[in-house]
Design a protein around this ligand. Structure first.
Ligand SMILES: Nc1ncnc2c1ncn2[C@@H]1O[C@H](COP(=O)(O)OP(=O)(O)OP(=O)(O)O)[C@@H](O)[C@H]1O
Ligand SMILES: [Mg+2]
Length: 584
């Protein structure tokens, strides 16, 4: 996902305001506290002028000293509370963004995920949102309070001596021009640094997702280079951003030093000519000194905002990926729910506009109940049939109907709640065995679990495991064998009490005993449910009520094993080669 291939959305500051809006009162409270803190600081020079005045006229200074102490204490206390409130608000803004992004990512269309790198999406949720924290506190508040303090200070300076204010402003405007050149460079560098963090996330995910393969292929060094390259790129760009930020900060600092010296020189001359008195010069110099902090915070706000805008841009890109509509979770079918009828009519489908068609007009019908097997050479489009039924993708033309109703007219959660899907590579999520079994139906009672564990022949495994069902299975279930993962996936699908069971048989994961047992289970399920199975075994096809033979995105024949062996040459060949290998 790059900047080039996505349309531009609202400007980053609008987006930022959207995240900040729910917390505006807290933010305002923090900002007001910061302002009051600044105001207590602003009063100090005035009191100082009083003090010098009192001293030079031999008056008592106790009250002035007391007032100064009170101001200093108030300044420190209010400052601390203010910064706490602001930090807390900033964390809430980050939380808001993370929640919004995570909910959105879970609803992403499968096609959108196909096109993006999960690791990069992950970096957008974790790393980019973190940058919002600084933008909220430093940028928004810095700009607000710093700006107001700046204005207030300038007004006070104007009241004290307009001539010296003119001198100061001339210097400040000079610095502003330089900053105008520097700031866009910070933005570019920050964006590239965050993109590199995303690239690193993507590489990391790639390596950790297939660490065994990487090791077995001896590819550690190559992968290491890719990871390091991304890390170094992020470093390079961050250093570039740091360089420009430092330049910006220093320009501001330098401008203030120059202003200080100039004011000292011009002010000294004015004292000498009697235009102002020494107390006024001291007060003005103190204001110049006080100008430093709001100017630093305004410049900091602007530079910080550049990094934040880059992150906001990346977050916005993720939020523009196509997602499924948000709708409440649907209830699972009741125990006695009717099995579903399914039909494909002239379905044409390709995974993306620039990819060849995978389905060239697929047509078949499956009545309620019974078992339908899909067979065909690798790449024929069998798994794709299942992906279309689950509406992970939508067909380009043609219709798919469930219970006579077009899939497009089904409420998505309702549609999926009717289906139990066992994927070809039987993914298992990290967590406990129980988490995995109950993933699709958290409300299952213990008896049902026990029964399904038994029918899927997981009971032996559960008895063997140290913590039974609560044993952790490791990342992607690496602590389970391939066949065990397959059976966990089947058990998980059965526990959803599906009206339509989709079973994408793995080519060779189950041993003969377990296979026979599962065959009986599936045959049992098929009596009350519609079962669709992508079959790679003779035992499965001989048991099926009908077989759909697919080849290169078309249905070429439908029939029983006995019929097809004589009627369809491709099927006869498959039966003789592929299926025979599994027939023992
Ligand atoms: N997510 C995807 N994006 C793009 N192309 C895909 C995607 N998934 C599958 N394909 C392509 O679609 C075609 C059909 O794939 P499908 O998974 O449906 O085959 P299959 O019949 O299940 O094969 P097998 O028996 O090997 O599992 C293949 O050529 C594959 O390369
Ligand atoms: Mg497949």
């Amino acid at each position: 996902m790059t900047r080039a291939d996505t349309p531009t959305g609202p400007p980053p500051w609008r987006l930022l305001l959207g995240y900040v809006r729910p917390h505006r009162w807290a933010l305002l409270a923090g900002a007001v506290l910061s302002l009051v803190t600044g105001a207590t600081g602003l009063l100090l020079p005035l009191v100082a002028r009083e003090l010098i005045d009192d001293l030079s006229h031999d008056r008592a200074i106790a009250s002035a000293l007391l007032l100064m102490t009170a101001l200093v204490v108030a300044n420190a206390t209010l400052g601390a509370i203010g910064s706490y409130v602001l930090r807390r608000t900033a964390e809430s803004v980050v939380l808001g963004a993370r929640r919004a992004l995570s909910s959105y990512l879970l609803r992403l269309r499968v096609a959108a995920v196909d096109r993006s790198e999960p690791g990069d999406l992950m970096a957008r949720i974790t790393s980019d949102t973190t940058l919002l924290r600084e933008v909220t506190t430093d940028s928004l508040v810095g700009l607000g309070t710093g700006g107001l303090t700046l204005v207030a200070t300038v007004v006070m300076m104007g009241l004290v001596d307009p001539v010296l204010l003119g001198v100061t402003m001339a210097v400040v405007f000079g610095a502003g021009t330089v900053l105008g050149v520097i700031v866009p460079r910070i933005n570019r560098a920050s964006r590239q640094a965050q993109d590199a963090v995303g690239a690193m996330g993507a590489s990391l995910e790639r390596v950790l997702g297939a660490l065994r393969t990487v090791k077995a292929s001896g590819a550690e060094h190559r992968e290491e280079r890719t990871l390091h390259a991304a890390a170094e790129e992020s470093w390079r760009q961050s250093v570039r951003a740091a360089k420009w930020s430092a330049a910006a900060g220093n320009t501001a600092g330098l401008a203030m030093q120059i202003a200080f010296i100039t004011v000292l020189a011009v002010g000294g001359a004015r004292v000498a000519t009697g235009a102002i008195d020494i107390g006024t010069l001291v007060a003005f110099l103190l204001y110049v000194f006080y100008l430093m902090s709001p100017i630093q915070s305004v410049v900091g706000a602007i530079t910080q905002y550049q990094a934040g805008a880059a992150a906001l841009g990346r977050i916005q890109e993720a939020l523009r990926l196509p997602a499924e509509p948000r709708s409440p979770a649907a209830a699972l079918p009741a125990d006695d729910a009717e099995p579903a009828a399914l039909a494909f009519a002239d379905v044409r489908f390709r995974y993306a506009d620039d990819l060849p068609y995978v389905h060239h007009g697929v047509t078949f019908a499956v009545p309620p109940r019974g078992m339908t097997a899909f067979v065909g050479p690798s790449g024929a489009g069998k798994t794709t049939v299942f992906s279309l039924i689950e509406r992970f993708y939508d067909p380009e033309s043609g219709t798919i109907t469930l219970d006579g109703r077009d899939l497009a007219d089904w409420d998505l959660p309702r549609l999926r709640s009717a289906i139990g899907y066992v994927e070809q590579d039987a993914p298992v999520l990290s967590g406990s065995l129980r988490d995995n079994l109950l993933l699709g139906n958290a409300e299952t009672d213990e008896d049902t679990i026990t029964r399904v564990v038994k029918t899927t022949r997981l009971d032996g495994l559960v008895a063997r495991l140290p913590d039974g069902l609560d044993t952790l299975v490791g990342h992607r279930g690496t602590k389970l064998s391939g066949g065990e993962r397959q059976r966990v996936a089947i058990a998980r699908a059965l526990l959803r009490r599906p009206r339509l069971l989709l079973l994408d048989e793995a080519t060779s994961q189950l041993d003969a005993v377990n296979e026979a047992a599962l065959r009986d289970t599936v045959a049992d399920v098929a009596r009350t449910t519609t079962v669709l199975v992508v079959a790679h075994r003779l035992s499965t096809v001989t048991m099926a009520d009908r077989i759909v033979v697919m080849d290169a995105g078309r249905v070429r024949a439908v029939g029983t094993h006995r019929e097809l062996v004589t009627a369809d040459p491709l099927y006869a060949e498959l039966a003789a080669t592929q299926f025979l290998a599994t027939a023992d």
